[in-house]
Design a protein around this ligand. Structure first.
Ligand SMILES: [Zn+2]
Ligand SMILES: [Zn+2]
Ligand SMILES: [Zn+2]
Length: 121
């Protein structure tokens, strides 16, 4: 589903694909998570758009967030803000660094994985 919004209310980073929400730099850090390792953006299952974090989605999107079902772990839904590579959910959950540029990811993100991906536990 495409959600059409006026360009004026979007704040996009310059990485490609675009990342929506209050992004503060080109590594997709946002107003909520700004440490050196917070460089990952997540594509949300509900709108197929990247946001830096679940709070960005809650504040910016006009609908509740939906999680990727277990059966869709092969979807490329994780964006490395350092190099722009898209990882599948499966590879993201199995690594602590970007598979392409080796930039370290925030391990604490794992604590909120259930906000983005359906989990078994
Ligand atoms: Zn959404
Ligand atoms: Zn955020
Ligand atoms: Zn990378």
């Amino acid at each position: 589903m495409m959600v059409i919004m006026p360009e004026s209310i979007r704040r996009e980073s310059r990485v490609s694909p675009r990342v929506l929400g209050p992004v503060i730099d080109e590594m997709t850090r946002c107003v909520h998570y700004q440490t050196a390792v917070d460089i990952v953006a997540i594509k949300f299952a509900c709108c197929n758009e990247y946001y830096p974090c679940h709070l960005c989605h809650a504040e910016t999107a006009d609908h509740p967030a939906e999680q990727w079902p277990l059966g869709e772990r092969n979807q490329e839904a994780v964006l490395c803000g350092a190099c722009g590579t898209e990882l599948t959910i499966e590879s993201y959950l199995a690594t602590n660094e970007c598979l392409n540029c080796r930039a370290p990811f925030n391990e604490r993100c794992r604590l909120h994985a259930h906000l983005y991906f359906e989990t078994e536990d």
